[in-house]
Design a protein. Structure first.
Length: 168
């Protein structure tokens, strides 16, 4: 399974980019999935006061619920590796992870302003940058303007065809 992370600060366009890359990859026939870090603090809404949450509180290691074809799992203290294993089990070709900056999967870094450039020194395994501002220096990876979604999608597609790209 290929994995790519989209990282950036709040309101940098992570979700918009993820949706565009998911749409493009799916149209090209890649079995594509997403995983988003809830970076707003606390537990994502929609879990409390449900029967499956009562099961979890009663001691279930994992609690699941299915309805109208939608399956949700609840578990305390998921690790990223555990979540990724679920996606592998589902035979996904491409997993687009939004957030989880501290992990070293191949990354696309979003830069909204010059202050955000510090992020390039804080994260590992940068494969591309998408920026709203001109960059002063050259980088050892492609740099795209934010409005160049077509170029970004073509770049990702070309990288997916390189078998080892997203696995290093």
């Amino acid at each position: 399974m290929n994995i790519i992370q989209i990282v950036g600060y709040k309101n940098s366009g992570k979700t918009t980019l993820a949706a565009k890359l998911i749409e493009h990859a799916a149209q090209k026939g890649f079995r594509t999935a997403s995983l988003k870090h809830h970076g707003h603090g606390g537990v994502p809404e929609g879990i409390y006061e449900t029967d499956s949450e009562k099961h979890r509180q009663a001691g279930a290691l994992i609690s699941g619920v299915e309805g109208d074809g939608v399956f949700q799992l609840t578990k305390e203290n998921w690790t990223l590796d555990e979540m990724i294993q679920i996606y592998e089990f589902m035979h996904v070709n491409l997993l687009i992870i939004e957030g989880f900056k501290a992990y070293s999967f191949p990354k696309v870094v979003l830069i909204s302003n010059e202050k955000d450039l510090e992020l390039l020194d804080k994260v590992e395994n940068v494969k591309a940058v998408i920026t709203r501002v001109p960059l002063e220096r050259a980088y050892p990876f492609p740099v795209f303007k934010q409005r160049d979604m077509n170029g970004i999608c073509k770049w990702l597609e070309s990288q997916l065809k390189k078998e080892a790209f997203l696995n290093n």
